[in-house]
Design a protein around this ligand. Structure first.
Ligand code: NAP
Length: 261
């Protein structure tokens, strides 16, 4: 019987995850299906129940449920606990567990693009689920991290939070763009102006379009494609309990899948 997986979220028609997982299944000859579950919040608990009853092997979680799903889970991995957000659910030793592979995807992206962050001043734009995974990853890598938000307040995870009005770009070594601004259909939008970004490096977590306005305006910009690919590979490794190697061939193939869809 084929292994059933999927993505739980809201308004997720845009997602490339089914194509990515299908491509991996074809490549490794796996008998798996990966569906989009576009659901209301009230249905969340029934999807946990499907995993508990082995009707689903597990699922990825995306906006707006990365934090909301936590209360329905039996346990979190230490990584997901620190981040406070979950993007993957699976069953282990009879318990339904939440974990976070956005963290691994983001670190993998930095490595892939040779971006060194230790002792660098890194500013994350936005404070949502993806920003939280990046914040913990950057802190673990020894970066000095500031979160730029529309509404600065005390937050249990983020040390430094500032408003966009108090942003002095001269102090910044690297921006991480973790808002949805610039994604389809509003692809000419950018959360920072050209003046603010043109002498700076930016990692935009958005992967569609491939080159967002903020990446276009920056000195050196990369998109979120590698984060998406690596979090998907790490997710399959967790569901199958078997490490999938991150080969150049696999990366090339998955990039083509994302770009051609
Ligand atoms: P989210 O939980 O909805 O959070 C996005 C954050 O962006 C919000 O918390 C908000 O922060 C800020 N924001 C929202 N609307 C804004 C606006 N109009 N102006 C300025 N800031 C605004 O979303 P997420 O899951 O963190 O995802 C953020 C982006 O990363 C999305 O585009 C998503 O597709 C992308 N992403 C990519 C990957 C990947 O693998 N490449 C993985 C995860 C996410 P404040 O309220 O603090 O301003």
């Amino acid at each position: 019987m084929s292994i059933k997986l999927g993505l739980v979220g809201k308004n997720i028609k845009y997602s490339k995850s089914p194509q990515i997982h299908q491509a991996m299944n074809n490549m490794y000859n796996l008998d798996m299906t990966y569906e989009l579950f576009d659901i209301e919040e009230a249905e969340l608990s029934s999807y946990i129940q499907r995993v508990r009853e082995n009707r689903l092997k597990g699922f990825n979680v995306t906006t707006p449920y990365k934090e909301k799903v936590i209360s329905f889970l039996d346990d979190l991995t230490p990584k997901a606990k620190r981040i406070g957000a979950v993007n993957i659910v699976y069953k282990s030793h009879g318990k339904v567990i939440g974990d976070n592979t956005d963290y691994d995807g983001f670190i993998g992206l930095l490595k892939y693009h040779n971006i060194h962050v230790t002792n660098q001043e890194v500013y994350i734009l936005g404070s949502g689920g993806a920003a939280k995974a990046c914040y913990v990853a950057l802190s673990d890598l020894g970066a000095h991290v500031t979160v730029v938000t529309r509404n600065p307040k005390k937050h249990p995870l983020f040390g430094n939070m500032i408003s966009y009005d108090n942003l002095d770009e001269n102090k910044v070594d690297l921006f991480i763009q973790a808002t949805p601004i610039g994604t389809y259909p509003n692809i000419s939008d950018s959360v920072l102006s050209k003046d603010q970004i043109e002498n700076h490096r930016v990692v935009d977590l958005i992967y569609a379009p491939e080159i967002t306005q903020i990446v276009k305006n920056s000195k050196l910009g990369v998109n979120g494609q590698m984060m998406l690919i690596i979090q998907a590979i790490e997710s399959e490794s967790l569901w199958l309990n078997k490490k999938t190697a991150l080969t150049e061939n696999l990366i090339k193939h998955l990039k083509e899948v994302i770009q051609n869809e």
